[in-house]
Design a protein around this ligand. Structure first.
Ligand code: ADP
Length: 253
């Protein structure tokens, strides 16, 4: 522990190149994904990623509310990212604030570039993201959960969207920052990638990195997104693969 005035700063990287939780610079936090936990939603997914716990539910395509938002040539995507009051150490004021509005907007825009909205004119595809526990990277966890929930709802998309944050910690580029690294590190850059096309559909940055560091961060973040993508595909397979010898889904019901 170092200290600046009264504030204790944890050692973010030790002599062996290990981070505060023992990870290497290019290592993700442990992650688990469950597709379809909510029976009322058209699609849903629950993601536990490090200490983040995030639920996503998708409804639609369905009638547009409020009606004046309806578009005659395509579906609209509406996303609401929300952090529960009990999701952080100090109670968060309930309800939408500027941060959650911003996150809802960037997540909506990320999905607008993969969902085939023109197949469902005059409808709405509604995505709800509820952060039950937060420890940095919740917009990425929310994107991953929402992407799985959209797939679970059977919404046609060009590809899944995978996401992870990358940043700079103790002078080094590091994958998937946790809270202390986000707070005391030099930069945080959440990314979202459409893996098959290689297109980035979300990139934000807080802090300072030079050009070379940004390049390195983009490479590491892209690799991280591809790792997350494989985990997402595995979660969907686990949900939908019929075990050998089991009755086909249409024979069940
Ligand atoms: P992200 O969760 O996508 O990294 P931020 O960088 O804005 O988004 O937030 C980093 C972390 O800071 C959050 O994951 C959460 O742990 C914490 N945090 C965000 N907003 C609040 C808040 N209002 N009160 C307490 N902690 C918060």
């Amino acid at each position: 522990m170092g200290s600046v005035g009264a504030k204790e700063i944890p050692e973010l990287l030790n002599a062996e190149g290990r981070r505060i939780d023992g990870r290497r610079l290019d290592e993700l936090r442990p992650i688990s994904m469950k597709v379809g936990p909510l029976t009322r939603a058209d699609g849903s997914a629950f993601v536990e990623w490090g200490e983040n716990k995030v639920m996503a539910a998708v409804y639609g395509p369905r009638e547009v509310h409020p009606r004046h938002l309806m578009q005659t040539s395509k579906a609209i995507i509406q996303c609401r990212y929300n952090m529960a009051a009990f999701s952080v150490d100090e109670r968060k004021r309930p309800g939408q604030d500027r941060r959650s509005q911003e996150i809802s907007k960037v997540i909506t825009e990320a999905f607008e570039s993969v969902v085939f909205t023109e197949e469902f004119p005059k409808t709405s595809i509604d995505i709800y993201i509820e952060v039950l526990q937060a420890n940095a990277g919740t917009r990425c966890a929310g994107l991953v959960a929402a992407s799985l929930a959209l797939a679970d709802a059977g919404i046609p998309m060009a590809d899944l969207v995978a996401s992870v944050a990358v940043g700079k910690v103790a002078g080094r580029i590091a994958l998937d920052l946790k809270k202390e690294e986000d707070n005391f590190g030099e930069a945080d850059m959440p990314l979202a990638l459409v893996p098959q096309s290689g297109r980035l559909v979300l990139i934000q940055m807080e802090g300072h990195m030079n050009r070379d560091e940004i390049r390195e961060a983009l490479d590491l973040g892209t690799k991280g997104c591809r790792e997350i993508y494989e985990r997402m595909r595995q979660a969907l397979r686990t949900r939908y693969e019929v075990p050998a010898g089991a009755p086909a889904p249409e024979a069940m019901a």
